[in-house]
Design a protein around this ligand. Structure first.
Ligand SMILES: C[S@@+](CC[C@H](N)C(=O)[O-])C[C@H]1O[C@@H](n2cnc3c(N)ncnc32)[C@H](O)[C@@H]1O
Length: 390
């Protein structure tokens, strides 16, 4: 991560918790960033939740019916309540926040939304988003029986937390279709940011995706600015640069990373550095073995050439050999419209497929997909419905 450790005597996390505990009690205008939400989906959300909105984007726009959604730093619950309507009765939404006062507002309003919606598909859990395995309310309950009064008790509590992560995780691995977040990742301390992205990756199912709106900067945030607790809790000091934000997803193992929305106008400019909202989508699921099934892909353009996340360098219009995994990934979002797909004439069952070396880029001769002995000659195909082109 690019931000250096904070020099502030107030831990950023404490500053964040205090600021959002206050903002849960009374709306704070300075924390609002104008967002164009779908007004139809706001109708059933209580006014209190709407007023205590501290988001900077709308990741709920990219959700689909039936999905299981996790909202990181759910605050008063607005994105969760919008998402509940999009995913519908066959989907579910889990909001995670570490601030009690925010959880109180969200949980108090959840039954009202459920009644108006006709289904209760939202719940709120207490945790830190960089440690999604640790259920802070379970830990609280355990520690009530064994308060921490000395170093030995502190170490025992640490061990207990580790045990809870394994036996009763707040969020299980591979359990969520989409992780969303609205203006929260920047609030996590630099030393925990790598773990934060790793946790997002862990909880997603294979094939799942993250859709994250956050504040990013156009230049590195200098250390002096990181030392200001107000700038910290105000979504400034912890902002990653635009390119650093994208790189954090790539470093965590995501693929298909793309900017869905970038605000042209900065939300704030501080000491000449522009801070703006960015919404990014990133997929989990390219991990795994590579097998040769004689498939090929053709990059359609519009660019002359592209470089994919695995280092394959492909020129427009040429056939390239890819492994079965890449072939199937490219058939889905976000790649499908950029490629044409060439199936081999004779299918190689996966169980019989040989390993494929994904570290190199290789063109694929048509004879490889058709078979070396292919010599067919056919009549013209009926390519047009009664048209005159054939
Ligand atoms: C800027 S507000 C955004 C709230 C909400 N997403 C929205 O759109 O209104 C940040 C929220 O994230 C929570 N938060 C900040 N850092 C967190 C962390 N490390 N773990 C869990 N929650 C965190 C705060 O308590 C607060 O509710």
């Amino acid at each position: 991560m690019e931000n250096k450790a904070s020099l502030t005597p107030v831990r950023p996390e404490t500053a964040v918790k205090n600021r959002y505990a206050a903002a849960a009690k009374a709306p704070e205008a300075a924390l609002c960033c104008p967002v164009d939400y779908n007004r139809d989906l706001l109708k059933i959300i209580p006014q209190e939740v709407i007023e205590k909105d501290y988001g900077c984007g709308d990741p709920s726009r990219y959700l689909k019916p039936g999905e299981t959604v996790l909202d990181l730093g759910s605050g008063a619950g607005k994105i969760c309540f919008i998402a509940a309507q999009v995913v519908g009765p066959n989907g579910r939404v889990i909001g995670v926040d570490m601030t009690d006062d925010m959880l109180e507002v969200a949980r108090r309003n959840a039954p009202i939304v459920a009644e108006r919606l006709g289904c209760a598909n939202v719940e709120f859990r207490k945790g830190r988003i960089q440690d999604l395995a640790l259920d802070l309310e379970k830990l609280d309950a355990e520690l009530r029986h064994r308060p921490i009064t000395n170093a030995a008790a502190f170490l025992a509590a640490d061990e207990l937390a580790e045990e809870l992560r394994i036996t009763h995780p707040l969020l299980a691995s591979d359990s969520v279709d989409v992780v969303v977040s609205n203006c929260v990742l920047n609030l996590v301390e630099p030393r925990s940011k790598r773990q934060l992205f790793a946790e997002i990756f862990r909880v997603l199912k294979k094939g799942g995706r993250a859709v994250i709106s956050d504040i990013v900067s156009d230049e590195e945030v200098p250390e002096a600015m990181q030392a200001d607790p107000d700038l910290w809790s105000g979504c400034i000091s912890g902002a990653l640069t635009e390119e650093g934000f994208l790189k954090a997803f790539a470093d965590a193992g995501f693929y298909g990373i793309q900017i869905l929305k970038r605000d042209g106008q900065p939300w704030r400019t501080v000491q000449g550095i522009e801070f703006r909202s960015l919404t990014v989508e990133a997929y989990k699921g390219k991990q795994g073995q590579c097998f040769e099934r004689n498939q090929a892909v053709i990059y359609r353009g519009p660019f002359k050439e592209v470089l994919d996340d695995d280092g394959h360098h492909m020129e427009r219009g040429f056939r390239y050999a890819v492994c079965d995994k890449t072939y199937n990934l490219y058939k889905k979002a976000p790649y499908a419209s950029f490629f044409d797909f060439v199936e081999p004439l004779t299918d190689i069952p996966l169980a019989q497929a040989k390993p494929f070396d994904c570290s190199r880029t290789a063109r694929r001769h048509p004879k490889e997909t058709k078979g070396q002995g292919y010599q067919a000659t056919t009549a013209a195909a009926q390519c047009c419905d009664g048209g005159g082109c054939c």
